[in-house]
Design a binder for this molecule. Structure first.
Ligand SMILES: Cc1ncc(COP(=O)(O)O)c(C=O)c1O
Length: 397
């Protein structure tokens, strides 16, 4: 099961709520990172709304969050624009060609005329601060955002905002250097009274213990004072980090070609795709009822359970290759060692599986999708969603 801790989720949103009060900015949940909508009622008060990657996420925000909606997509079609005009509050465009294509329709719409709907452009400050090209919208040849040269002499009538998203799991020192690049290339627009908002995207690792939140507050305040704009932040990961685990059951243990192999009832490719795509090695814990290590614990723990953190291969007495039940040869989460032998029925707990994991799962190979559960403050577990054969069948045609 995916198990989300309500206490952990609210710990994060409280930090974010305090931050936005201190900085005087707006902060929304990026649905692409976490969209478990049955939890929204518990976090709605702390946040200003949602940011959506397109029409469907925007519809989810309208139906289940019911606050401010920011929509940005690399491209919209006519039918999507027609629907979005009825309810999104910010509509940000990725290119001038898209904006020009829809501008006349948008500027005639009553919600635009009453300024209930504001439109903006995603800019690309061409200032890379991350190490991974896959996650760098400023990489050479990026399709995400408009470079400064394209805006020189362009007709920007009808636009009110600029939007950048260039960070990924970063601290506020990288935001500082990004804001300097934005100022050098786009500051002249932000200083003009036409532009009333600056959206600083996501990628701010605000709820990590080492994140410098005071610097973020300073940067937001300086930005507001410099340009006289409203500042918006739209983190996803910071909202759901350290709030959820994926609990798996050992289905088989055997030895082959010099390796101890384990088949779990969950799959890297179907249920934790970033393990293969990013790629990364998650922390995994063996759940036990005695002799636990107390120093490390997964984000979500249950009363009466103890946890052994899986070590590097060979570090602890018994090493296993943890694999999933699909046909993909590479459906392997990694080699991990444990202080005791694994047996059929053992529970392994993969840490930090709420953000960018639950949103990406598939039913590849017809592998049963883990149920989604919520751990309440009183220790009770509520099943939010179970999946059945019909869910698998009905996705396919
Ligand atoms: C435009 C935009 N906004 C916000 C986010 C959320 O980023 P994060 O979850 O890293 O905070 C993303 C992530 O890709 C994004 O593309």
């Amino acid at each position: 099961m995916f198990l989300i801790s309500l206490a952990a989720l609210q710990r994060n949103t409280k930090i974010l709520s305090d931050l936005k009060s201190a900085a005087g900015c707006h902060l929304v949940l990026a649905l692409k990172g976490f969209s478990c909508w049955k939890t929204f009622g518990y976090i709605r008060e702390d946040l200003d709304g949602c940011c959506a990657s397109g029409l469907w996420e925007a519809m989810l925000a309208r139906e289940h969050f019911q606050k401010h909606i920011i929509t940005y997509s690399p491209a919209y079609c006519e039918a999507e624009i027609a629907e979005l005009l009825e309810f999104t509050h910010h509509l940000d465009f990725n290119s001038l060609s898209q904006w020009y294509r829809f501008r006349d329709t948008i500027m005639k719409h009553p919600r635009f005329l009453s300024r209930e709907l504001l439109c903006g452009l995603r800019i690309n400050p061409q200032h890379s601060t991350g190490d991974t090209p896959l996650y760098d919208p400023c990489v050479a040849g990026s399709r995400l955002g408009i470079t400064a040269d394209q805006l020189i002499g362009a007709d920007l009538t009808g636009l009110s905002g600029l939007h950048f998203h260039t960070l990924c799991e970063q601290n506020s020192d990288d935001l500082k250097s990004t804001l300097a690049a934005v100022d050098a290339k786009f500051g002249y627009l932000l200083r003009s009274p036409q532009f009333t908002y600056l959206n600083m995207g996501g990628g701010h690792w605000i709820t990590k213990p080492f994140y410098d939140r005071e610097r973020l507050v300073r940067l937001v305040k300086e930005t507001k004072a410099r340009y006289g704009v409203d500042v918006w932040l739209e983190p996803g990961e910071a909202i759901a980090i350290h709030t959820g685990v994926l609990r798996a059951t050992v289905m088989d243990v055997f030895h082959s070609a010099g390796h101890n192999l384990v088949i779990l009832d969950i799959s890297a490719t179907a249920h934790m795709p970033d393990v293969l795509e990013m790629p990364y090695r998650p922390d995994v814990y063996l759940v036990d009822h005695h002799k636990a290590e107390k120093d490390f614990l997964p984000s979500v723990t249950l009363p009466g359970e103890h946890y052994h953190l899986g070590g590097e291969a060979g570090l602890k007495k018994f090493t296993y290759r943890l694999g999933g039940p699909t046909c993909l040869a590479g459906d392997v989460t990694g080699d991990f060692s444990f202080p005791r032998e694994l047996q059929v029925g053992d529970i392994l707990c993969f840490d930090d599986m709420a953000h960018y994991t639950m949103v990406k799962t598939t039913m590849f190979n017809g592998v049963p999708h883990p149920p989604i559960c919520l751990l309440h403050h009183d220790g009770s577990i509520e099943t939010l969603r179970e999946f059945h054969y019909e869910d698998f069948r009905d996705r396919l045609c």
